[in-house]
Ligand binder design. Structure first.
Ligand SMILES: [Mg+2]
Length: 406
C-alpha cells in the first residue's frame, strides 16, 4: 500500500487531515481547534510521505518527526501520525488500540477541563457555585479542572494580584494575529495569594471528596510562589497543580525550575501539554521535576509517541493525565484508543467536545451518550473507528476545502 495524497481542511475550527492510499483506504487525523491556521504546516510534510507505506507507521514518522517542533509544527506531525494509525488499523481490520499492544481497560476515565459554565463573578462563592454547576453535568465527571492564578482571569480581575505587568499575548485565527489580555508573570502579592487560597478552599468545600479538583495555574508563577501555593493546599488533596511555572505554548521545558518545587510538597505537580517528543520529557522524569504529565497526542508527536512516554513515566513513578481540551471529536477517538492501552499510571484524559455542535452530526462511530459516569467505553471498529457522513459533512466544508472528500 502506498500513500497517494494528503489533504487538510479546516472543519469548524479544527484542522482535519485525510491521508489517501492507492488501495482505497483513507485515514483521519486532527489538531486542536485553536489552530485554524495549521494548513500550511500540514502541507509542508506532504512530499515527505507520498509513496510511503502508511502501515509502516514508524518508518513514515522517522522521515517527518525530525522536521517537527513544539507547537504548532508538532501538531501537524501528530495529526499525520494519527491518520497513519487509522489506516494501519483499517488495513489490518482491527481497532488502533490492538496495534498499540491491546487494551488494558474496557472503558477510559475522562476529566472535565472543557465543558464550562460562565462564572458570575470572581469571589470565592462564585468559584464554589461554578463547581456545583459543573458537578451536576450529565457526564458526572469525577475530576473537574479549573483555571486559577495566572490561568484565566483571576490575575486580571483581582486588584493588585501580583507585582508584575501583563504583557498581552497574540492568538492566531483565520483573521490573523489578535492581541489579547494576559501573559501574566511575576511574584504574587500577599492579598493575591490569599485570594487564590480562599477560592480553592471554596471550590473544595463545594465538591467535597466525591469529585477531584485539578487546577490549571500558570504559566508565570515564580518558583517561591509555586512551592508556597503547593504547600498551602496540601490538606485539600488537590489532584494536581498544572503548568505553574512554564507550559502552554512555552516552547521549552523547565525541569530545573520544577525540581525546586516538586520534591518539597505532597501536592502533585503537573506539566507537559506543550511538549513535543519523548526526548523532551526525559529531564522532567530524571530530575524528579514532576508528578503528573499531561502531553497531548495532538501535539506531542502522536499516539505511539505518547504511549512510549507514558510507559517511561511509569518507570519513574510519574502519573499521566493527557491534555485534550481543544482536540475535537477525531482527537477524542485518538485519546480513547491510546488511553485504553496506557499503564496503570493513567488517571484520566481531558475530554474534548465537538465545536460547533454540528460536529456530532457529521461523524459515525461515537457512542451516544459519549460519557457515562465519567467513563467512555472503548469501541471496536477498525482503525480509529470513526468515519465522516460525507453528505452531511460536505455542507460544512469551507469553499477552499470543497474537494476534501474526493
Ligand atoms: Mg493546561
Amino acid at each position: 500500500m502506498k500513500i497517494t495524497d494528503l489533504k487538510c481542511a479546516i472543519i469548524g475550527q479544527n484542522p482535519v487531515i485525510r491521508i489517501i492510499t492507492d488501495d482505497g483506504i483513507d485515514g483521519l487525523g486532527a489538531a486542536e481547534g485553536s489552530k485554524p491556521y495549521l494548513k500550511p504546516m500540514v502541507m509542508f510534510y506532504k512530499d515527505a510521505i507520498i509513496g510511503k507505506d502508511p502501515t509502516d507507521v514508524e518508518r513514515v514518522m522517522i522521515g517527518i518527526r525530525k522536521m517537527g517542533a513544539f507547537k504548532p509544527w508538532g501538531a501537524a506531525v501528530s495529526a499525520i501520525e494519527m491518520a497513519l494509525w487509522d489506516i494501519a488499523g483499517k488495513s489490518a481490520g482491527v481497532p488502533v488500540y490492538k496495534l498499540l499492544g491491546g487494551k488494558v481497560r474496557d472503558k477510559v476515565r475522562v476529566y472535565n477541563g472543557n465543558k464550562r459554565v460562565k462564572m458570575n463573578g470572581n469571589k470565592p462563592e462564585d468559584y464554589a457555585e461554578n463547581m456545583k454547576q459543573m458537578r451536576d453535568f450529565p457526564e458526572k465527571f469525577s475530576i473537574i479542572k479549573q483555571g486559577i492564578a495566572f490561568h484565566g482571569d483571576m490575575a486580571k480581575d483581582f486588584p493588585d494580584y501580583y507585582y508584575g505587568s501583563p504583557t498581552g499575548f497574540h492568538t492566531l485565527s483565520d483573521e490573523g494575529f489578535t492581541l489579547r489580555d494576559g501573559l501574566y508573570r511575576g511574584l504574587m502579592t500577599e492579598r493575591g495569594f490569599n485570594h487564590t487560597i480562599e477560592c480553592i478552599e471554596a471550590m473544595k468545600d463545594a465538591l467535597g471528596d466525591e469529585v477531584g479538583l485539578a487546577l490549571d495555574v500558570g504559566p508565570g508563577v515564580t518558583v517561591p510562589d509555586a512551592l508556597k501555593l503547593a504547600k498551602a493546599v496540601e490538606h485539600l488533596n488537590i489532584m494536581w497543580l498544572e503548568d505553574m511555572i512554564t507550559g502552554d505554548y512555552t516552547p521549552y521545558v523547565s525541569a530545573d525550575l520544577y525540581s525546586k518545587v516538586t520534591p518539597y510538597t505532597t501536592t502533585p505537580i503537573h506539566t507537559g501539554e506543550q511538549i513535543y517528543l519523548r526526548q523532551n520529557f526525559k529531564e522532567l522524569f530524571e530530575k524528579n521535576a514532576v508528578n503528573v504529565i499531561g502531553p497531548d497526542p495532538a501535539d506531542v508527536g502522536g499516539i505511539a509517541e505518547m504511549k512510549w512516554i507514558a510507559e517511561y513515566a511509569d518507570l519513574h513513578g510519574v502519573l499521566i493525565a493527557p491534555h485534550g481540551t481543544m482536540d475535537g471529536l477525531i482527537g477524542l477517538a485518538a485519546h480513547v484508543h491510546l488511553a485504553a492501552t496506557l499503564p496503570q499510571n493513567y488517571i484520566a484524559f481531558e475530554y474534548p467536545t465537538g465545536n460547533p455542535d454540528w460536529w456530532y452530526e457529521i461523524l459515525d462511530g461515537l457512542p451516544n451518550p459519549i460519557v457515562k459516569d465519567s467513563y467512555i467505553e472503548v469501541w471496536d471498529a477498525p482503525g480509529l473507528g470513526i468515519t465522516f457522513k460525507r453528505d452531511i459533512a460536505e455542507k460544512h466544508l469551507r469553499e477552499e476545502d470543497k474537494g476534501f472528500f474526493d
